[in-house]
Design a protein around this ligand. Structure first.
Ligand SMILES: Cc1cc2nc3c(=O)[nH]c(=O)nc-3n(C[C@H](O)[C@H](O)[C@H](O)COP(=O)(O)OP(=O)(O)OC[C@H]3O[C@@H](n4cnc5c(N)ncnc54)[C@H](O)[C@@H]3O)c2cc1C
Length: 410
């Protein structure tokens, strides 16, 4: 008899689990509360879908998950994702190790998943929301009752893949899985937005327009550097975001939640070492004449950054350079390397890419079944696993989905 498996949630992890289970001969149904599969997947990687990364190891994940990730990645790692995608007919390319579909379109990934789901005869129920999972029979062959807002179903195995709290509203990321798993007796670790930007504190001087600039950013708690990252910073009237900010975010979000004062120091000349910058300053000093401060700095860096620095230093834009002391000029130029902004809070779940926290890894076995139920699996972001930016979160969705789908079908 075919094993009957219900997968709740048709995102990256759920679709992957369903495909692996159906390829092994199981009879699979996906219950998806949205009107389409893979809504979030279609938005990933700025619409390009960064599916994984050749630079893959457990250190790319939250400290609580590292040890388990080492084991899980050894079972299903980046090469397995590549062959899985090949089996779906998706051609992959690497950009410095970051893996994308060659189409450059996340939607083609979703469509290829959907084609395979159709080909395998997996049923998909749209617009129904999983509410609870109950055990029907306390015998050796346990069966499970799956309750949605509309119906009740029975299954031999249930895979809960309902995702997290992160992402725009259309992704339906409302964290349903947390209370469903809590009812099943699982521990839920406190959740926080991760891979997210930050609002600047009131009164901070910010640029008048949006700027993207390569930068090195250091997050300070008092004098202690709590995180340091390099990459393309996005800075707006309101706050900071971009990959280097997101990479540091899981640590910083927690500190801000604890009402700790975090300041970021931005170096807009990250590729200049101390000596290079000193010679640049010397060259600039030689240009001091009767030109105005704003003319003097026109070509120095992005106009919005310069304007922000002039305002922060409370200088007049039309001041003649010859009337500004050498030490003042040096402190203006130094501000491009040490621009400080006090942070207020994170931008919240709606603007975050992942959620840190979730179902405790202490409550799941290596095969992703829960400690108290052999037939219930928890996968994807619902678990307390969050990775850095760069394909690590989708890798986890595929790793956990493939393991659970395979084991559930055995
Ligand atoms: C804007 C954005 C860009 C991202 N870019 C990348 C990237 O390039 N690379 C990367 O590695 N990661 C990226 N991520 C993170 C990645 O998308 C997620 O980690 C991954 O999608 C998680 O997969 P999941 O299947 O666990 O959850 P999801 O993909 O969120 O899927 C969960 C599914 O469950 C459904 N659902 C929820 N509740 C219920 C319920 N009660 N009943 C039935 N169905 C339910 C949802 O509708 C959804 O379809 C990005 C995230 C965002 C928001």
């Amino acid at each position: 008899m075919d094993r009957k498996i219900i997968v709740a949630g048709g995102g990256a992890a759920g679709m992957c689990a369903a495909i692996y289970a159906a390829r092994n001969g199981a009879s699979v149904t996906i219950i998806e509360k949205n009107s389409q599969l893979g809504k979030k997947l279609s938005m990933t990687g700025n619409g390009r879908c960064n599916i994984s990364n050749l630079n893959m190891n457990e250190k790319m994940y939250n400290p609580a998950a590292e040890k388990r990730m080492k084991q899980w990645l050894s079972v299903y790692g980046v090469l397995d994702v590549i062959s899985f995608f090949k089996s779906l007919g998706i051609v992959i390319k690497s950009e410095d190790g970051y893996l994308y579909p060659i189409s450059g379109q996340a939607q083609t990934v979703v469509s290829a998943f959907e084609n395979e789901i159709k080909r395998l005869g997996i049923s998909v129920i749209y617009g129904e929301q999983l509410k609870a999972v109950d055990v029907i029979q306390e015998s050796e062959n346990k069966r499970y009752r799956v309750l949605t807002n509309n119906n009740t179903y029975e299954a031999d195995r249930v895979i809960i893949a309902t995702g997290s709290l992160s992402g725009p509203k259309t992704t339906m990321s409302t964290g349903d899985g947390y209370y469903i798993c809590k009812k099943l007796g699982l521990t839920i670790k406190d959740t926080y937005p991760a891979l997210v930007g930050f609002k600047a504190a009131a009164g901070e001087i910010m640029p008048d327009g949006g700027v993207r600039s390569l930068a090195e950013i250091s997050f300070f708690l008092g004098n202690e550097v709590v995180a340091k990252e390099y990459g393309e910073l996005q800075i707006t009237k309101d706050g900071i975001s971009g990959i280097p900010v997101m990479q540091a975010s899981s640590k910083v979000v927690r500190l801000l939640n604890e009402k700790k004062p975090v300041t970021v120091s931005i170096n807009f000349f990250p590729d200049y070492d101390e000596d290079d910058y000193i010679s640049l300053e010397k060259e600039m000093l030689r240009l001091r004449d009767d030109r105005s401060l704003s003319d003097f700095l026109t070509g120095f860096h992005n106009g919005y950054i310069t304007d922000m620095i002039i305002r922060k230093m409370k200088m007049g834009r039309s001041m003649k350079m010859k009337n500004i002391s050498e030490s003042m000029v040096l402190s203006i130029l130094d501000s491009y390397r040490y621009y400080k902004i006090k942070l207020d809070s994170d931008y919240g779940y709606l603007q975050s890419q992942v959620t840190s926290g979730g179902v405790s890894l202490g409550d799941v076995r290596d095969d992703l079944t829960t400690n108290n139920h052999d037939g219930i699996f928890v996968v994807g972001e619902l678990l307390d696993v969050d990775g850095r930016c760069g394909g690590y979160n989708l890798q986890w969705a595929f790793t956990s989905g493939s393991i659970a789908g395979t084991v559930a079908s055995l």
